[in-house]
Design a binder for this molecule. Structure first.
Ligand code: PLP
Length: 447
């Protein structure tokens, strides 16, 4: 699709809609001269050049890429109206869109009942899930693995709940024996399983943890902020089906459409399997909720104002690339194949080694035979790649402790307390055809 054409159409659609309300006299206070704007815009574009090329397959670092053009047009068109999805009074159209996309997300995970909404981020979505968890198990702690996103520990402190970090196995997934030992203390009310850890993309054993839920009466929350859309590939491309199938039985789920759902930032989501948890959000707002007896999204979310435009962007994207195997699934499949292909190349490389095989689309790798050497090589390769004007590449690093390293690579000399390895998230479909080039370039930089 031609983005310029549809951005123009967005402005035209807004003008047509606005005209239906009749004309009024514009006031000078907000008036800006076009020549003045041109100058400011010039300075602005110059400032923005100080960025990394997230759109290009040369960028193989963090979880970053531009939104899909459909998301951009959807977001912008709605933003010209600027609805607030807090209340139906803030914009009924985008509130309805939000309910539809949340329904689509719930269906993707196999929930047959749900209550949910979009959030500003995965962090806020997880905060909401942990808040409900605390209300249901007051005085009890929350367990998550040492590989869980750092915000779980932080949000436990915000909520005044004891957070417990559970050790992981040699692939970076929660060790369920260690979890069970903790559960025997009966101090835990909720267990967070991460389906796709942020560092390595490890999928924790949700299916096995469910058995412990029944035995110890705990809640299971699945943090799938990064990994959630890989549910569309469960049982294909070497992604085991069991953990993803089990997500349907979790008590709550978080997924970030602003990571793998092609959206701009400002789009997370939380889903609860039991709609009656809405009671924990009960509040009265003297300012809002006038026009309708129907549910207002602000009545089931901790945040007040939220961008209706975020729901609009996701809604329009899902019209074209729905969260199904042949919609969005095909986008994720290309990144997954890129990770598998690159892992193969690394395994047969004389210079690079896999830190561990990729479970989703994150590839972790290193060069060197001691922790000191490895750390220095990671730093040097990343630096050299980013600063080469002719043929740059952009990577990221992950810091790994000596013990974690030794469990995967006992032959590596542990001459330091840890090392940075290189880490690439291959979340663009274009990475599939670029994997060999990327690999060759990194091998060059290793020399
Ligand atoms: C990214 C991420 C988060 C935090 O989400 P934000 O949208 O960055 O706030 C939480 N958990 C996991 C597993 C993540 O990957």
């Amino acid at each position: 699709m031609d983005l310029s054409r549809w951005l123009t159409a967005a402005v035209a659609a807004n003008n047509d809609w606005a005209k239906s309300y009749g004309s009024f006299e514009p006031r000078p206070a907000l008036a800006v001269d076009d020549a003045e704007f041109a100058a400011a815009f010039g300075r602005f574009v110059e400032r923005l050049a100080d960025n990394y090329p997230f759109f290009h397959p040369r960028y193989a670092g963090q979880m970053l890429k531009p939104p899909h053009p459909a998301a951009v047009v959807g977001y912008l068109t709605a933003m010209l109206i600027n609805p607030n999805n807090h209340a139906l009074d803030g914009g009924p159209a985008t509130a309805a869109m939000e309910r539809e996309v949340v329904q689509q997300l719930a269906a993707m995970f196999g929930y047959d009942t749900h209550l949910g909404h979009l959030t500003t981020s995965g962090t806020i979505a997880n905060l909401e899930a942990l808040y409900v968890a605390r209300e249901l198990h007051p005085g009890k702690g929350i367990a998550y693995s040492t590989e869980a996103h750092y915000t779980h520990g932080r949000m436990c402190r915000v909520l005044g709940v004891d957070g417990h970090a559970v050790p992981v196995d040699d692939r970076g997934r929660m060790d369920l024996d260690a979890l069970e030992e903790l559960l025997r203390s009966h101090e835990i009310g909720t267990v967070v399983l991460t389906a796709g850890t942020t560092g390595l993309g490890a999928v924790e054993p949700v299916h096995e943890a469910l058995a412990l839920r029944d035995r110890y009466g705990v809640r299971i929350h699945v943090d799938a902020a990064y990994g959630g859309f890989f549910a569309l590939l469960a049982g294909t491309l070497g992604i085991p089906a069991e953990p993803w199938r089990a997500v349907a039985r979790a008590d709550s789920i978080v997924v970030d459409p602003h990571k793998h759902g092609l959206q701009p930032y400002g789009c997370g989501a939380v889903l609860f399997r039991d709609p009656t948890v809405g009671r924990f959000y009960l509040h009265d707002s003297p300012y809002t909720y006038f026009t309708s007896e129907e549910l207002h999204l602000g009545e089931i979310s901790l945040e007040c104002s939220r961008a209706g435009a975020a729901a609009a962007g996701l809604w329009l994207t899902f019209q074209l690339l729905p969260p199904t195997g042949d919609g969005l699934g095909r986008v994720l499949a290309a990144g997954r194949r890129a990770a598998l292909r690159w892992a193969e190349l690394i395994e047969s490389s004389g210079r690079l080694r896999l830190f561990q095989p990729p479970e989703l689309d994150i590839v972790s790798y290193f060069a060197g035979t001691s922790l000191t050497e490895i750390d220095e090589a990671s730093r040097r390769i990343m630096q050299a790649g980013m600063t080469d004007a002719e043929d740059p590449i952009f990577l990221s690093t992950l810091r790994v402790g000596a013990e974690r390293f030794a469990r995967r690579h006992p032959a590596v000399s542990a001459d330091a307390d840890g090392a940075r390895v290189l880490r690439s998230v291959l979340m663009k479909p274009e990475s599939e055809t670029y994997a060999e080039q990327l690999h060759r370039r990194i091998e060059q930089l290793t020399a």
